[in-house]
Design a protein around this ligand. Structure first.
Ligand SMILES: O=C(O)CCC(=O)C(=O)O
Length: 268
């Protein structure tokens, strides 16, 4: 990470890394999604994420798929396997989380089109959650659960989608519920615009959520939730050996269950 990136992540709790994927990688990931689009559905009404907020409500839920993206038939799984230990992003995760970072859960699709509801803001440094932390010690950052959100379509200013309260990963006071519902002090909430191919990296210690989608086109984000190698937030899936055998050593390192001594690390 550059000095500027370190400063901005520490200040804001997120970073937009542009051109993390090249146009061909974006195209391949979108083609894989297109191939399986019949399995993408709006989230059910009873599982609405807008938290009763009038400001975040929509005509339908965000679009999701119960697809195991890493285990799609070839070649469709390839773009998502590459994102596990993508050389453009690994140096960021080493600086933010540490070597030995692991995939905690995901990858998962968040897609949105006009009329999709938002997601009430959640997370934040207070109340403290030891699995979703941000601290700066020993001259470096340490993050708990950290998200790499790959943008497969452009997000323009005003479109909606991912939003956050910059700096809230270091806050000392719990976020009031009406701010989380985007009903008060909207000026502290930032909508994060990013070109297709960007990776938005953020700590789950940041208060964040989703604004209703107003964009002309579709939003397509693929979220990988990474943790330090010694920590588990979600479950610890047992991957079948025949699947692991197909991966590169770097990809396998990211799927290693949580433990600390002599952990395999991604080589850069
Ligand atoms: O990307 C988004 O719209 C929100 C993601 C989110 O809330 C999360 O990862 O916890």
């Amino acid at each position: 990470m550059t000095e500027h990136e370190r400063y901005l992540f520490d200040l804001r709790g997120y970073l937009v890394v542009e051109n993390a994927l090249g146009p061909e990688e974006v195209q391949a990931a979108n083609a894989a999604l297109d191939q399986h689009w019949d399995q993408v559905r709006p989230r059910a009404r009873e599982s609405s994420l807008s938290g009763g907020s009038e400001a975040l409500r929509g005509e339908k839920g965000r679009l999701e798929a119960a697809l195991q993206l890493l285990r799609l038939a070839k070649p469709w799984c390839e773009p998502f396997r590459q994102m596990l230990a993508h050389p453009r992003i690994v140096p960021y995760l080493h600086d933010l989380i540490g070597t030995g970072f692991r995939l905690d859960h995901g990858p998962g699709l968040i897609a949105m089109e006009q009329g999709c509801e938002g997601h009430v803001l959640h997370g934040g440094s207070e109340p403290y959650d030891p699995s979703q932390f941000y601290i700066h010690k020993n001259g470096r950052m340490y993050n708990g659960l950290t998200v790499v959100s790959w943008q497969l379509t452009e997000v323009r200013p005003g479109d909606g989608g991912f939003c956050c309260i910059p700096g809230s990963h270091k806050g000392n006071v719990a976020c009031p519920p009406d701010i989380k519902r985007w009903e008060a002090h909207r000026d502290c909430v930032v909508q994060v615009a990013a070109p297709a191919g960007s990776a938005v990296i953020f700590t789950e210690a940041l208060t964040h959520g989703t604004l209703p989608w107003r964009g002309q086109g579709q939003r397509r984000s693929i979220l990988y939730k990474m943790s330090p190698g010694f920590l588990a937030y979600g479950g610890v899936p047992a991957f079948p050996q025949d699947f692991l055998d197909e991966l590169t050593p770097n990809q396998r390192a990211v799927l290693t269950p949580p433990f600390r001594p002599n952990r395999p690390v991604v080589e850069v």
